[in-house]
Design a binder for this molecule. Structure first.
Ligand code: VG1
Ligand code: CO
Length: 543
């Protein structure tokens, strides 16, 4: 087996977005494209020689081929050992768990998360550091600059490694350990949650439905929910991971998890429904004919955390991404714990978690997680909810209604305009940014603007600064609208509009969110000229 140095030329478009580099599979399949990015990762890491890395992905099309390339490149770059999930599978939170548990140097996660999969769809790759979390911008930018000057990469001349069985193999002086993708993660879940109580709940008349959306969480749900917690097999849907996610869009929301939503809104609906995304880091929580917004979910988990063994000692603090509703802020204030607002993307929570400033984190985009790993964690959120239901004996709806009665309700909705023309979307954002100074203090409809800015974040731990993280228009009554462009898409642009209004009066807390937010929705279009710039009459996804 010899190590080769392959001459190459830089690709100009390898800047990681919100969560790694995401492109069409065909882009990654171009000669040298994946290799260049992987070499750029290796070149940006000091002291990689002899170290242990974790590699795994969500099982989508191209996952296996990419892993074989990465293994050969790692060997040629002097990596000491690789832990790789059997069949190349590791959910994103499981990868984070393994990096942490075995004190690895870092890991490479292959996923485009909730984006569709298959030869004509999407692929993604990202680097996670020793804390188990997505590399901070300092590192992703270093990888990007390296990718712009790369002129060769190293790869071992060798055949494929058999990833179908756990065990150790040698590859050009590097050890490849194929590990069970579920074991370590399931063990961690058992440490955090009261499995006995959840088991008792699931073995009574309580019924649940979990939708793995043909993606990576299938095997995890089977092991944890069925084998360890005794839920009947019929509780699970779509648990066999498929390379194209059965042609679906594994995004657990009201639009793309329609089948599950219909089950939960039927007359004979189960008590609890949940779904996860392509790589297992997102979650959607449903009760019987009831949808929990991810922002409310974070607030409810924060308020009730001490009922769960892993958080019985209380929380150090909570963090949410900027567009996430301010529901968690109210709980934090009541508990007397800190609350942080960060830019979109889990990488911004890493420093706060590492420094022990926060215990729980959440994003409005169906992401919730805690200090147990450094990624958001879909099944963790499901187990957290099940644990709360088991301890309180309440239904999902009751738990949320009681929460609103105590803290007030933050009506919340996100409107996505997917795959719109890039130029129009950028013009919209540009025009909005220009209008910000004149909006200060103005009245818009019945609202008075309290602030209008482009979110800038200074990390309280390392003082790094991230600019232009989304336009916020906040009103004196606490309502807000936020506008930003997605950083995970692979074609055109996606405009995200986030709307929020606070309601303290318990009699007014049970309206439909779209109705309660109708005024703000109209205003958002007026302020940003959404229809004019996007040419769309309505959003493609409303959550
Ligand atoms: C989206 C979400 C963001 C999330 C990111 C990665 O990013 O809005 O909250 O962290 O996806 O999630 P964007 O830039 O498209 O808005 V996942 O599950 O794709 O790793
Ligand atoms: Co994901």
């Amino acid at each position: 087996m010899s190590s080769l140095e392959i001459p190459t030329q830089p690709f100009p478009d390898q800047r990681p977005g919100t969560s790694g580099l995401r492109k069409k599979v065909r882009v990654f399949q171009q000669p040298h494209y994946l290799e260049n990015f992987v070499q750029s990762i290796f070149d940006s890491l000091d002291g990689l020689e002899g170290q242990t890395l974790v590699v795994g992905g969500d099982g989508r099309y191209y996952n296996r081929s990419a892993i074989q390339i990465i293994l050969r490149m790692a060997a040629a770059n002097g990596v000491g050992r690789i832990l790789v999930g059997r069949d190349g599978i590791l959910s994103t939170p499981a990868a984070s768990c393994v990096i942490r548990k075995y004190h690895c140097f870092g890991g490479i996660i292959l996923s485009a998360s909730h984006n569709p999969a298959g030869p004509d769809a999407d692929f993604g790759i990202k680097y996670n550091t020793a804390n188990g979390g997505p590399a901070p911008e300092r590192i992703t930018e270093a990888i990007f600059s390296r990718s712009r000057e790369l002129d060769r990469y190293r790869i071992l001349e060798a055949g494929d490694i058999d990833l179908s069985r756990t065990g150790s193999t040698e590859l050009g002086g590097m050890t490849v350990d194929v590990i069970d993708p579920v074991d370590d993660y399931a063990g961690l879940m058992e440490e955090l949650f009261d499995f006995d109580r959840i088991r008792t709940l699931l073995q009574g008349d309580f019924s649940l439905r979990f939708d793995a959306m043909h993606a990576v969480t299938g095997p995890y749900a089977e092991e944890i929910l069925v084998r360890r917690l005794g839920a009947p097999t019929r509780s699970l849907m779509h648990t066999v991971p498929q390379e194209d996610f059965a042609g679906g869009h594994p995004d657990p929301n009201l639009t793309y998890a329609r089948e599950l939503v219909d089950i939960l809104y039927a007359d004979d609906a189960p008590d609890f429904g949940a779904a996860s995304d392509g790589d297992g880091d997102r979650n959607m929580i449903l009760g019987r004919r009831f949808f929990v917004t991810p922002s409310d979910s974070l607030a409810v988990l924060t308020a009730n955390a001490t009922l769960v063994p892993g958080y019985a000692e209380g929380l150090k603090g909570v963090a949410r991404s900027m567009p996430t509703s301010q529901a968690a802020d109210r709980v934090a204030a009541a508990l007397g714990i800190k609350c942080y607002e960060t830019p979109t993307g889990w990488k911004f929570f890493g420093n706060l978690l590492d420094a022990g400033e926060v215990t729980l984190c959440g994003e409005e985009s169906f992401g919730t997680g805690s200090a147990h790993v450094r990624e958001k964690d879909g099944l963790w959120a499901v187990l957290f909810w099940l644990n709360l239901l088991a301890v309180t004996g309440k239904s999902v709806e009751q738990l949320v209604h009681d929460h609103w009665a105590t803290y007030g309700r933050n009506y919340y909705s996100r409107h996505d305009y997917e795959d719109v023309e890039s130029e129009g979307a950028h013009t919209l954002m540009q025009a909005l940014r220009q209008r910000l100074p004149e909006l200060q203090g103005r009245r818009l409809g019945e609202h008075e603007v309290a602030y209008a800015d482009d979110f800038r974040y200074e990390d309280p731990i390392d003082q790094s600064v991230s600019e232009a993280q989304g336009v916020r228009i906040g009103f004196s009554d606490g309502s807000r609208m936020v506008f930003r462009l997605s950083g995970t898409g692979t074609q055109g642009a996606t405009l995200r509009v986030y709307l929020e209004r606070y309601e303290a009066d318990p009699d007014q807390q049970h309206q439909d969110a779209q109705t309660a937010l109708a005024g703000l929705i109209r205003l958002a279009d007026e302020v940003a000229g959404i229809r004019t710039h996007t040419g769309r009459e309505a959003p493609s996804v409303i959550t």
